[in-house]
Design a binder for this molecule. Structure first.
Ligand SMILES: Cc1cc2nc3c(=O)[nH]c(=O)nc-3n(C[C@H](O)[C@H](O)[C@H](O)COP(=O)(O)O)c2cc1C
Length: 381
């Protein structure tokens, strides 16, 4: 497929044409039967928007400030590993595009460019876009602390700690394809030389089944940066996150790549919001593909959303230019949806704009045939 991309799905189709099918599977795939992968997108499709009218505004404000980081759109680039797998410049191309759009990028700990270089590339654009760093807490806390220091030295303004990965998700497509390692020449650059005297040593990312809340307490003690937890799904854990000093949650099921059959993140949003009771912001990712999806999540109470796969597809399709166009597209769709909902900015997005369809007719008093029932009786749906 060639030509211009008009939707996020067009980027996916274009990337599929370009990439090695093994890498397509790595990006598109999820855990086990991929039930949660499908559920994330489907959940957005099930909700309806109920717009307001005649609240005119010529321009719409899409700016946000999230834990002290300012952005020109409420769409973050969720952390995704291995950008060089799909485009030679890798994360450098991605961050330049994010900076141009004024979007917050969360650099993955498993990036193929070191976080310091990603930050330098962002700064070179003269944009004030912020970079966050995603961390898997390592069993060796000295190593974890060295990673945090790297993120701080790079100028990252928040840490996103992924807590849904005590073990690696079962990506059966990858197993079938025998895709276990990065190709020669590529490596996780953040994991190079983490301990003094380790010249050229590259560590493997360790998943830590022993992780517990004490690790979060420990992390709070080693950094002043805002800490968001990524992958909290149970409301009780959301309450614990607040108690343990988390500054925010990235409500995420890892795009369906960890535990299969967990609910769509959108479905969990009301429960998680109720659990944290406004004390910390909630960012949501998983299945966001349209401006209408962004509006639904924000109207229901999310502070922002994240996108994972779309960034990989756009990067594969067109490098920096591709990601820039993807973000512009989402921004245009978001702006257009706000206008159609009668919103002059994100602050106007309220839960009454979103409805779960009620297919069953609401029973009302019977109306005699031929009677004028305009002002009484009848079903009000
Ligand atoms: C190719 C790929 C790599 C990912 N790598 C990471 C990662 O390194 N760390 C992490 O916390 N999440 C990772 N994720 C999950 C994303 O951060 C995000 O939660 C998910 O992709 C959102 O769903 P979406 O792809 O439907 O937008 C990855 C997802 C994909 C598709």
């Amino acid at each position: 497929m060639s030509g211009v991309q008009h939707t996020v799905h067009d980027f996916e189709a274009a990337a599929r044409d370009k990439l090695d099918p093994v890498h397509v599977d790595f990006i598109a795939g999820g855990a086990r039967d991929e039930i949660t992968v499908r559920a994330n997108e489907a959940a957005f499709g099930r909700l309806q928007l109920l717009p307001r009218v005649l609240r005119g505004s010529a321009v719409r404000d899409l700016d946000i400030t999230l834990l002290g980081s300012r952005a020109r759109m409420p769409v973050l680039l969720s952390p995704t590993a291995f950008h060089k797998l799909v485009y030679p410049e890798g994360e450098l191309a991605t961050v330049r595009a994010a900076a141009a759009a004024g979007a917050i990028m969360i650099a993955s700990m498993a990036s193929t460019v070191a976080v310091g270089e990603i930050a330098d590339a962002a700064r070179a654009t003269d944009s004030d876009a912020q970079l966050w760093f995603q961390l898997y807490i390592q069993p060796d806390l000295e190593i974890t602390e060295a990673l945090v220091r790297r993120a701080v030295d790079a100028g990252c303004t928040a840490l996103v700690v992924t807590v849904d990965s005590p073990v690696l998700g079962a990506g059966e497509r990858n197993r079938r394809n025998g895709f276990h390692d990065l190709p020669p020449g590529l490596r996780c650059e953040n994991l190079v030389d983490l301990r003094d005297g380790e010249r050229g040593h590259v560590r493997q990312i360790a998943m830590s089944p022993e992780l517990n809340w004490e690790h979060i307490d420990w992390l709070r003690g080693v950094t002043e940066l805002p800490v968001l937890l990524k992958g909290v799904l149970h409301p009780e854990d959301a309450r614990l996150a607040v108690r343990h000093g988390a500054d925010g949650l990235l409500l995420s099921n890892h795009g369906g790549r960890q535990l299969d059959t967990v609910p769509a993140t959108l479905e969990l949003l009301p429960e998680i919001l109720a659990a944290v009771a406004g004390r910390i912001p909630i960012v949501l990712d998983g299945g966001v593909r349209r401006g209408t999806d962004v509006v639904k999540a924000l109207a229901l109470g999310a502070s922002a959303v994240g996108i994972g796969r779309p960034v990989m597809w756009a990067l594969a399709q067109g490098g920096e230019e591709g990601v820039r166009r993807l973000l512009e597209l989402l921004r245009d769709e978001l702006d257009d949806t706000l206008a159609l909902c009668g919103a002059s900015g994100l602050a106007d997005l309220t839960p009454d704009l979103v409805r779960v369809p009620a297919w069953a007719p609401v029973p009302g008093p019977a109306v005699a045939p031929g009677s004028d029932h305009r002002f009484g009786g009848g079903a009000v749906v």
